[in-house]
Design a protein. Structure first.
Length: 454
């Protein structure tokens, strides 16, 4: 026989299904026969109750009940709109993390990530997220449309051009979590080393909440709390922002301290350069590449000139160029008769240079490399391997005559080797710490609030 309720196959003598537990009565019995059959079944049940069922029958019976309950749960969850297909706990867990401001406030203090008992709440994550988005917008500026970024559409509806598997929302969330991980890991290293912030940094941190209140008042906000929520997101508090600044400040100061400690010597950098000579050469860096330097200059532009109305270009006569050169030579000669120091050269710049962009800094340009985009003649003088501190000269470019003062320099290959080796060392330090203190994230609990993208 076959059970009409669950379809299980029954032995001829069985009147109760061992799978679904229901009473089995033949369809073609009359009412009277059904009553008699039911009485017989009742007696049969009493007899069987005294016998012990084989284990597999109990298992099947329980399993059937579980299946039925599971099916009922599926129906209920589906009716409630709940996603019954479980997703991995990763960045793809949600198609959209954006929620209403009310929901964001409700879930603001939910912990969504942990590193060695240091917790990250939704509100704190929102601040890191906001900073990532803002930095990105500031960096790309007017080029955003060319990379497929649309201010008018939600970030969750746009694919990221750097990773087409992610939406922009997921991408910025990923970056926000990684940034917090980086800062928190370095802060844990600082804590382990009993590192203390500088007095100035600590004083600024202590005064931050009070300063936020002043800024809120000046901005005509109801309070610092209201200002923070409007700028950073619903649910964010002044304390959340203070905690954010604290972890960033500690991370930055400790990282700088460690960078100084781990800074390679010239000998270590040279050995590193030789080890990876092929890679450096492929990048166009050799021991003849030139210097990385800092210089000061005074620009003496020729006066007069003839403007071409069509091209809007001004050309100067030989006489006008000669006059400019004479002025430059005279200024350099006068400087040499004086103290002839870097300080006296910087003082001479303000009232004599035609380069308004560097007048206030004493004509200073720093970190000039062989790949810098200065005019060729200026660049060639600045990166010349023969330069020594205090060297001077006059260089002619399309802009005029430059009175040059060489401040300092280092071989380009040596600086690049130092930079790369230091990067290897600090990266190893952080990776080792991240392995020691891994980050756990609960993506299911993460929520984000809407940001102003315009």
């Amino acid at each position: 026989m076959i059970c009409k309720y669950c379809g299980a196959e029954l032995a001829p003598e069985e009147t109760i299904c061992p799978i679904c537990g229901k009473l089995f009565v033949e369809e073609n019995l009359s009412v009277e026969e059904t009553v008699l059959e039911t009485e017989a079944v009742s007696c049969d049940i009493e007899k069987k109750a005294k016998k012990k069922w084989p284990f597999w029958k109990w298992a099947l019976s329980i399993g059937g009940a579980v299946i039925l309950l599971g099916a009922l749960a599926v129906v209920l969850l589906t009716a409630l709109g709940v996603d019954i297909l479980p997703r991995e706990n990763d960045i793809y867990n949600k198609d959209k993390y954006l929620v209403s401001d009310e929901k964001a406030k409700e879930k603001a203090n939910d912990v969504v990530a942990v590193i060695n008992e240091k917790e990250l709440t939704n509100a704190q994550l929102q601040i890191h997220y906001k900073m990532q988005v803002q930095d990105f917008l500031n960096y790309y500026g007017s080029y955003l449309s060319s990379i497929g970024f649309d201010h008018t559409k939600p970030l969750s509806e746009q694919k990221c051009f750097m990773d087409d598997k992610l939406t922009w929302e997921q991408y910025f969330l990923k970056m926000a979590l990684e940034t917090w991980q980086n800062y928190q890991t370095v802060a844990l290293l600082a804590e382990q080393a009993e590192f203390k912030l500088s007095e100035q940094a600590q004083a600024e941190l202590d005064a931050l909440a009070e300063n936020l209140e002043k800024q809120a008042k000046e901005g005509e906000y109801a309070s610092a709390e209201a200002m923070v929520q409007e700028i950073l997101g619903a649910g964010c508090t002044v304390q959340d922002y203070v905690d954010y600044v604290k972890i960033v400040t500690i991370g930055a100061e400790f990282y700088n301290t460690e960078s100084e400690r781990l800074a390679p010597t010239d000998e270590e950098a040279e050995a590193y350069f030789e080890k990876f000579n092929a890679e450096f050469k492929e990048a166009g860096i050799t021991k003849e590449s030139g210097l990385v330097s800092s210089v000061r200059h005074i620009l003496i532009s020729p006066e007069g000139g003839t403007l071409n109305e069509e091209t809007q270009q001004t050309t100067y006569s030989d006489k006008e160029w000669a006059a400019a050169k004479k002025t430059a030579e005279k200024l350099l000669k006068e400087w040499k008769k004086g103290k002839a120091t870097e300080e006296s050269f910087a003082a001479l710049v303000k009232d004599n240079t035609d380069d308004t962009g560097s007048a206030e800094t004493g004509g200073l340009y720093e970190n000039i490399t062989p790949s810098s985009s200065y005019v060729p003649e200026f660049l060639a003088w600045a990166i010349d391997m023969s330069r020594k501190t205090g060297d001077t000269g006059i260089v002619k470019t399309e802009f005029g005559y430059h009175i040059m003062y060489f401040v300092s320099g280092e071989p380009h290959w040596l600086q690049e080797a130092k930079t790369m080796l230091l990067s290897d060392r600090t990266t190893a330090m952080i990776e080792e710490a991240e392995a020691k203190w891994p980050m756990s994230v609960n993506y299911r609990k993460i929520i984000l609030t809407e940001l102003e993208l315009g």
